[in-house]
Design a protein around this ligand. Structure first.
Ligand SMILES: NC(=O)c1ccc[n+]([C@@H]2O[C@H](COP(=O)([O-])OP(=O)(O)OC[C@H]3O[C@@H](n4cnc5c(N)ncnc54)[C@H](OP(=O)(O)O)[C@@H]3O)[C@@H](O)[C@H]2O)c1
Length: 251
């Protein structure tokens, strides 16, 4: 079950948090993995962790620098990965930022930065990778959205607009590429313990936890396992879906 040997995965934002856990799990299941983010040293650290992990003998892992808000850097990063590892067969669109603020006070720069990174960057990375998948007549694209795209949340209009956009994007591309045997799905995490949520104050944490029937925050691995399923051959009949990993926060 879930054997990813021979697959080549690109994980954007794979240097920490959920992306790191996804990179480690995909590698453990046999995939060669490329880790992309803006801070190259942190990507290199995860690539090294993969190469050194017991049971990962022979696994290839590479680090590549790229900013998801920069179209040229996305194209260059994808080309570099394909050059070093071969055609990408699994794309995990995970990198994202928050620039929270109440609607009336939000600067347009904060709106633009979040939309460019979290939505336009996904469009560009997917566009760069699709020709390889189309040629191979096989591919897996997994987009990280969020529970707040389904529920709303005060102070996150930019982030939620991007993450809701990703749900529509997922369904549109899933329909367009189903005939090429490329599946496109989204994973919607709830409240997960990562550097992104470590900045929340105690009041916000408590308010979040009160909404979770399973009464605990999720872990990066809780999300990574759902991503790994969608990346596997076993998920070949699943496309255009949003898989919720949220402890029951939204059902
Ligand atoms: N944590 C949660 O509770 C939660 C809940 C729902 C959804 N999610 C989603 O899950 C995904 C991962 O979240 P996380 O909590 O693991 O985030 P995180 O800890 O903040 O990590 C974000 C990753 O993305 C990279 N990144 C950020 N901006 C980038 C850019 N412009 N270009 C390239 N890489 C960039 C970061 O590295 P650099 O800064 O070095 O670039 C880092 O590797 C995101 O899509 C997030 O929206 C998370």
């Amino acid at each position: 079950m879930f054997n990813l040997s021979g697959q080549i995965a690109l994980v954007t934002g794979g240097s920490q948090g959920i992306g790191r856990a996804v990179a480690l799990v995909l590698a453990e299941l046999g995939a060669d993995v490329a880790i992309m983010a803006r801070t190259l040293e942190k990507c290199e650290a995860v690539a090294e962790e993969i190469r050194q992990a017991p049971g990962n003998a022979g696994r290839r892992a590479v680090a590549v620098r790229g900013d998801m808000a920069n179209p040229e850097e996305i194209k260059a990063a994808v080309a570099k990965v394909a050059g070093e590892l071969g055609p990408i067969s699994i794309l995990i669109n995970n990198a994202a930022i928050t620039r929270d603020g109440l609607m009336l006070r939000m600067k347009q720069a904060d709106w633009d930065e979040v939309i460019n990174t979290n939505l336009t960057g996904v469009f560009l990375a997917t566009q760069a990778v699709l020709p390889m998948m189309t040629k191979a007549r096989k591919g897996r694209i997994i987009n990280l959205t969020s529970v707040v795209a389904q529920m709303g949340n005060a102070g996150q209009v930019n982030y939620i607009s991007a993450k809701s956009g990703l749900i529509g994007f997922t369904k549109a591309v899933a329909r367009e590429y189903a005939s090429r045997n490329i599946t496109v799905n989204a994973v919607a995490p709830g409240f997960i313990e990562t550097p992104m949520t470590a900045v929340l104050n105690e009041t916000a944490r408590t308010a979040m936890l009160e909404q979770i029937p399973l009464k605990r925050p999720g872990s990066d691995l809780d999300v990574a396992y759902a991503v790994a399923f969608l990346a596997s051959d076993e998920a070949g009949y699943v496309t255009g879906q949003v898989i919720n990993v949220n402890g029951g926060m939204y059902m």
